[in-house]
Design a protein around this ligand. Structure first.
Ligand SMILES: O=C(O)CCC(=O)C(=O)O
Ligand SMILES: [Fe+2]
Length: 210
């Protein structure tokens, strides 16, 4: 495991390389693939163009609010949640896990995870393959390579000021010339749900589409 402080590039950005071992990765993938995927026409989030699974709570992309509490995160991530708490990668225990599956040609549009609904730290574990996460804010665009089995931690500006997105390109090149051939990637995004919906009188927050 190696902690890389990327705050010189984007304040609040940290990357943990080798956050899980190869055998832990294999077990996580085996466990998640035994469960039911949603998206690509299948509920509860049929409109998503990638397959997802949600644990802890159900967030609706269509209604942009939390619809249901499912209960604790699954047993197969217990070791990881313990690690998150042990290393203080998150200030409080995550109560939401989103598994995202990206096949080659699938990505996620630039967005900020809803500031009113999710807590101050967003964690994402990259499994099966690496990708580039592009961070954008006004004219700034910064490419960060997320290696296989790494965990990226978004807090501060990385969480609230910059949008993050992953392209659909089959081959991508970072702004510093690193070439990445995209393969199937599964990510585990750990978050803390702090509210079920945006309060009616809350100020409008731009760019929180995800
Ligand atoms: O796949 C990832 O690592 C990021 C996913 C993400 O940004 C999200 O679900 O909000
Ligand atoms: Fe996100």
């Amino acid at each position: 495991m190696r902690t890389i402080d990327l705050s010189d590039k984007i304040p609040g950005l940290v990357l943990i390389e080798e956050a899980v071992t190869e055998s832990e990765e294999a077990r996580l993938i085996e466990s998640v693939n035994k469960e039911t995927w949603s998206g690509l026409g299948i509920g509860p989030n049929p409109e998503l163009k990638r397959r997802t699974q949600q644990y802890g709570h159900l967030f609706s992309y269509r209604y942009r609010k939390v619809l249901e509490e499912y209960g604790p995160l699954p047993d197969f991530t217990d070791f990881l949640v313990n690690r998150i708490m042990e290393y203080k990668w998150m200030p409080r225990k995550p109560n939401h896990l989103l598994a995202n599956e990206y096949n080659p040609g699938q990505g996620i549009m630039p967005h900020v995870d809803a500031p009113a609904l999710f807590g101050p730290a967003i964690l994402s574990l990259s499994l099966l393959s690496e990708c580039i996460m592009k961070f954008t804010c006004d004219e700034q665009s910064i490419d960060i390579v997320l290696p296989r089995r790494s965990l990226v931690i978004l807090t501060g500006d990385a969480r609230y000021k910059f949008k993050h997105g992953i392209s659909k390109d089959l081959i991508e090149t970072t702004d510093s010339g690193i070439v990445i051939e995209r393969d199937k990637r599964i990510s585990f995004t750990f978050r803390e749900i702090i509210a079920w919906e945006v309060a009616e009188n809350a100020p409008c927050c731009h760019g929180n589409k995800q």
